[in-house]
Design a protein around this ligand. Sequence first.
Ligand code: MLT
Length: 208
Amino acid sequence: MRHIFEQGTDPKAPTLVLFHGTGGTERDLLPLAKRISSGSSVLGVRGNVLENGMPRFFRRLAEGVFDEEDLIFRTKELYDFLGSAADQYGFDRAKLVAVGYSNGANIAGSLLFHYENVFKGAILHHPMVPRRGLTLPDLTGLPVFIGAGTNDPICPPHETEELHKLLGAAGASVSVHWERFGHQLTASEAEAAAAWFRERLAVADERA
Ligand code: MLT
């Protein structure tokens, strides 16, 4: 998969895995990663699917209607990629934190829905419910930040609540941060995610 890897300065900090929104690239969330954890190594990934020339992480049949077969295939493809990237760059596969926005948050959510221990934490900006009717893996204690919009037309509040409940029922420790700017990822939401990371993941990591 097309990607960028930047070695961090703090070997104890988790590696951040970045998943862009529709039409983005592996570089889009690099500034966000610096704000979240400046010493972390960063793996930015580009989605393997093109929709009218715009990179995505999986196909969709219409706005908000996912191609489930492709979603499952692409989720596994990414899961395998994370393993091979860990071998290639020498980062700790067990210490990955996902950072995704929109379509990227949806594929990160799908990884959490399908695989156990894929991430040690996740920051999901404006995610939807990736699949329904699944038994989720055991996510006990997994810290998850969800950034959501009270007026997000792509992911309405009831879907945010549904995702919160599904992850929580699997044991994840979910924090939801609400904004009023539709589907946008605002500076204040990014700051809230960074503060959450410092509290939930950076401190825990220093103690490790
Ligand atoms: C998706 O297709 O993943 C969501 O609708 C978000 C987006 O617009 O990319």
